[in-house]
Design a protein around this ligand. Structure first.
Ligand SMILES: O=C(O)CCC(=O)C(=O)O
Ligand SMILES: [Fe+2]
Length: 202
């Protein structure tokens, strides 16, 4: 089955270039996921952040949390985040992801999408502390959500992939420089999804 596809008038076109993204379904088994999800829900210090937009303070449409090595501070949307220390289950996930990617991640941003009304707007993870052409590894548990990618110069150049329970999506190459990504809201009834994006902060 085609995992990465572009939708153009209902036609499936070739896979997304593998130098930008690498998708693996079943990276964690259903059993691993059903053990990990309750631990992550319970032990992660989820919070509802606010963002300032057009002079208004808005709630981020999802819960987030930042974990990692204790010297790795992250500045994002005009705020500074000091990471919480790694938990046992985060290290379990990280070690498997490190091995698959051949790097050592030092931080993770977690997202909890409570239902179809939660989302992440078009953006790129291009903060200077991530360096150029960063590798970002994205693990998903729970509800399948659509992940869209569009090119900065030609927004019709767009790819979509369904991020399944237990999957790993590796973002690399110039994806954070020349493309944006989003998780759109959905009008369908949707259950919870936990996403972990592992990053290397310089
Ligand atoms: O939930 C996802 O799959 C993507 C999250 C994301 O893009 C981010 O945290 O930067
Ligand atoms: Fe992102």
């Amino acid at each position: 089955m085609e995992q990465l596809s572009i939708f153009d008038g209902g036609l499936q076109s070739p896979k997304l270039p593998s130098e930008l993204m690498d998708y693996r379904s079943g990276f964690f088994t259903k059993e691993e996921g059903s053990e990990l999800v309750p631990l992550l829900k319970e032990n992660i210090r989820w919070s509802q952040e606010t963002i300032r937009m057009y002079g208004k303070l808005l709630n981020t449409p999802r819960l987030t949390a930042w974990y990692g090595d204790n010297n790795k501070t992250y500045a994002y949307s005009g705020k500074r985040y000091d990471p919480y220390p790694w938990t046992k289950e985060l290290l379990f996930i990280k070690h498997r992801v490190d091995a698959a990617c051949g790097v050592t991640f030092n931080s993770v941003l977690l997202n909890l999408y409570r239902n179809g009304n939660d989302s992440v707007a078009w953006h790129a993870d291009d903060e200077p502390e991530l360096g150029s052409n960063p590798i970002i590894a994205s693990v998903s548990f729970g509800q399948v959500r659509r992940f869209d990618v569009r090119h900065n110069d030609d927004r019709k150049l767009k790819y979509s992939v369904d991020l399944e329970d237990g999957s790993l999506l590796i973002m690399k190459g110039d994806l954070q420089h020349n493309w944006q990504h989003q998780i759109p809201k959905s009008a369908k009834a949707m259950s919870e999804r936990i996403n972990l994006t592992f990053r290397i902060i310089n």
